[in-house]
Design a protein around this ligand. Structure first.
Ligand code: SF4
Length: 186
């Protein structure tokens, strides 16, 4: 295998470990941080324990423990799902939102900013991630704009919910359509 590819993999691993060490200093562990970040950017259909497990590449049991811990810390709340009575929908509480405002990942973002490589780095890492997802037969977790089920409409009929999801048959606001989705397909 290409030596540069090995070196890049080492660097990614090293940065991830530094980040995890930073995250361990606070009152949330790295998995709890990642769960909060996911819940902040996922649409309502995707804020379920099953979708979170899929996103984290984790088991339902492990995710359940993470959610119990986050609930005890008052970072999230769970309510019965309006779409599927057997499931729950998870949302961040104001405490969870406040915790995210002090996300230790901001330190890494400012290091990237300082190197002035944010855009090419983001594009390169996106390609690596997409390749890894493809090889693992995982879900893409993209946004509506790149999903073939997305029915965009610019007609002013319903300004609050102008678009539609062709898969779930529900209306979507502009804001909904910018969130990541477990059902996303290219
Ligand atoms: S259009 Fe695609 S990404 Fe958007 S909500 Fe529907 S399935 Fe999810």
């Amino acid at each position: 295998m290409n030596t540069d590819a090995h070196k890049a993999a080492d660097l990614i691993e090293r940065i991830a470990r530094l980040m995890q060490a930073e995250e361990q200093k606070g009152h949330l562990n790295p998995v709890q941080w990642e769960a909060l970040r996911y819940l902040a950017k996922a649409n309502s259909f995707s804020r379920t324990p099953a979708a979170l497990a899929e996103y984290l590449g984790s088991t339902r049991g492990t995710v359940s423990q993470t959610l119990i811990a986050l609930e005890k810390k008052e970072s999230i709340k769970r309510t019965p799902s309006a779409r599927d009575k057997r499931s729950v929908e998870i949302a961040l509480t104001p405490t969870g939102q406040q915790q995210l405002a002090n996300d230790p990942r901001q330190k890494l973002a400012s290091c990237i900013e300082a190197t002035r490589t944010a855009l090419p780095l983001r594009e390169a890492l996106s390609q690596v991630l997409n390749e890894a997802i493809l090889r693992n037969k995982g879900k893409s977790f993209g946004i509506c704009a790149s999903c073939h089920f997305f029915l965009r409409t610019d007609k002013p009929g319903n300004a609050a919910m102008p678009h539609r999801c062709g898969l779930l048959n529900v209306p979507l606001s502009d804001k909904d359509s910018e969130k990541i989705c477990v059902e996303h397909e290219k």
